[in-house]
Write a protein that binds this ligand. Structure first.
Ligand SMILES: [Fe+2]
Ligand SMILES: [Fe+2]
Length: 195
């Protein structure tokens, strides 16, 4: 990975700069980079929040991820502040930046459908595996693996994972609703088309 690639990824996801542990920060960048290189997306920002619904709503995965990062950070800070809970902010931010990283390998840029990888592995589970492959802590992989109400095989088992799962839901549902869409219905209908 060249410096320009690193700069590009940090520019796309500015929350990376807020991760204070340099090793975690570097692994987060590397996870995004390797996912991108494994995909057929020319640019990371071309990835839709949900490729199967790309004709029905304009919503990039980059925007979605940044919104989730901001929401999670605020929820984490509020909880730490108001109830004295220990929120591991580096883990939370790493999980937020990476929670949908696997979409770039699960979906095909050309068809908007699933890739072979997407047929073999479920969303969220694949992302958790990718984070582990880069050497990120299990706590971060768990946040990713447990974030999805639809695809995660396990419920959130940490404060950071609970925050992320709900931040993701609030952000995505609000954006769909603002565009006059019912997110769950859109997801169900688009999944029905491919199964
Ligand atoms: Fe997701
Ligand atoms: Fe998401």
């Amino acid at each position: 990975m060249q410096q320009k690639d690193k700069d590009y990824i940090i520019r796309l996801f500015p929350a990376i700069k807020k991760i204070s542990d340099r090793r975690i920060r570097d692994k987060v960048v590397r996870t995004w980079y390797n996912a991108w290189k494994r995909s057929n997306f020319p640019r990371i920002e071309d990835l839709h929040q949900f490729e199967l619904a790309r004709d029905c709503i304009e919503y990039s995965n980059r925007d979605h991820t940044n919104q989730v990062c901001r929401a999670a950070e605020k929820m984490g800070a509020m909880l730490a502040d108001s109830s004295g809970l220990e929120v591991r902010m580096d883990y939370l931010l790493a999980g937020a930046v990476l929670h949908d990283v696997d979409k770039i390998v699960i979906f095909d840029a050309k068809t908007g459908g699933l890739t072979d990888t997407g047929r073999r592995f479920a969303h969220a589970v694949m992302g958790a595996a990718m984070a582990l492959m880069e050497g990120l802590p299990e706590e971060v992989a768990h946040i990713i693996g447990a974030h999805s109400t639809k695809f995660s095989p396990v419920p959130p088992a940490s404060i950071e994972a609970i925050i992320l799962r709900h931040a993701d839901q609030v952000v995505a549902q609000a954006v769909y609703l603002a565009k006059g869409l019912d997110m769950d219905l859109v997801l169900r209908q688009s999944l029905a088309r491919i199964t």
